[in-house]
Design a protein around this ligand. Structure first.
Ligand code: FES
Ligand code: FES
Length: 153
């Protein structure tokens, strides 16, 4: 089957039931999306499908032939740049394991809601677990990125 990942078509010879995370990491070699729980509970594997955050560990590739898949390796544009700068500014990452998933959820949040409140941030990020408990810095970085994007508008 064909999958469009980060703007590029990939021809994969895989079972349609294979979770997208397996295809990304083992077949395509994109290892930025992480395996955490494997049950849709932790958010470490978050990627975008047609711009929406999804848990790739519980999303079979079979339904994605027409989808636009974006991973942390392919996310681009001014929102992504603002988030990356804010993540560095706030020194968000600790061990880093959850952070690509965190950034994918934050990216989707700011694209839909350019100036989120604390409650909107907590709501959008609630499915991304961080065992290092970087939540306060994540929230501060999202506010910083939103402010930087507003300043440039
Ligand atoms: S690994 Fe997919 S949600 Fe935890
Ligand atoms: S930074 Fe370690 S799990 Fe989030």
């Amino acid at each position: 089957m064909k999958l469009k990942i980060n703007g590029k078509q990939h021809q994969l010879d895989v079972d349609p039931a294979m979770p997208l995370l397996w295809a990304l990491r083992d077949e395509v070699g994109l290892t930025g999306s992480k395996f955490g729980c494997g049950m849709g509970l932790c958010g470490a594997c978050t990627v975008h499908v047609d711009g929406q955050p999804v848990r790739s560990c519980v999303t079979p590739v079979g339904g994605l032939a027409k989808a636009r898949i974006t991973t942390i390796e392919g996310v681009a544009g001014k929102v992504a740049l603002a988030l990356r700068a804010a993540w560095v500014q706030h020194q968000v990452a600790q061990c880093g394991y959850c952070q690509s998933g965190q950034l994918m959820s934050a990216q989707a949040l700011l694209q839909a809601t350019p100036a989120p409140t604390d409650a909107q941030i907590d709501d959008a990020m609630s499915g991304n677990i961080c065992r290092c408990a970087t939540y306060a810095r994540i929230r501060a970085a999202i506010h910083s990125a939103a402010a930087a994007l507003k300043g440039k508008a």
